[in-house]
Design a protein around this ligand. Structure first.
Ligand code: SF4
Ligand code: SF4
Length: 114
């Protein structure tokens, strides 16, 4: 799958069925401030971004906002997103892996919203 020109037109790495999809470190949690309780879930003593349903069997990060009119995928906490999200660079091998394994999910989610 080709690398998208912008992450806002992709959103693939913000889709997952794993409750451990995006680790939230202590610094990440602090940055989220009063929103942390709403956005973060705990598994034992580890924190992760919560998942939210995205239609049918799809799940996405709770912070991912989908704009079906524009076909856009936006992180509602972009400036305060966890370090693991900052580290995943568009066009990197990790990005390519996300696209190869989950690249059809955002398109399905969009189709369900339209
Ligand atoms: S990093 Fe890659 S998989 Fe994630 S939104 Fe950007 S282009 Fe898509
Ligand atoms: S915090 Fe933002 S960038 Fe990270 S997975 Fe959630 S929506 Fe995507």
């Amino acid at each position: 799958m080709p690398i998208p020109e912008a992450c806002t037109g992709c959103g693939t790495c913000c889709f997952s069925e794993s409750p451990r999809h995006a680790r939230v470190t202590g610094d990440d949690h602090e940055r989220l401030g009063e929103d942390a309780d709403r956005l973060v879930t705990w598994i034992g003593n580890e924190a992760f971004m919560r998942l939210a349903p995205a239609g049918e069997d799809l799940h996405k990060c709770i912070a991912l906002e989908i704009d079906p009119a524009r076909g856009a995928f936006l992180c509602a906490i972009y400036e305060r997103r966890p370090q693991i999200c900052r580290d995943l660079e568009r066009g990197s091998p990790a990005c390519g892996g996300e696209l190869a394994t989950k690249g059809e999910r955002p398109k399905r989610a969009l189709a369900l919203l339209r």
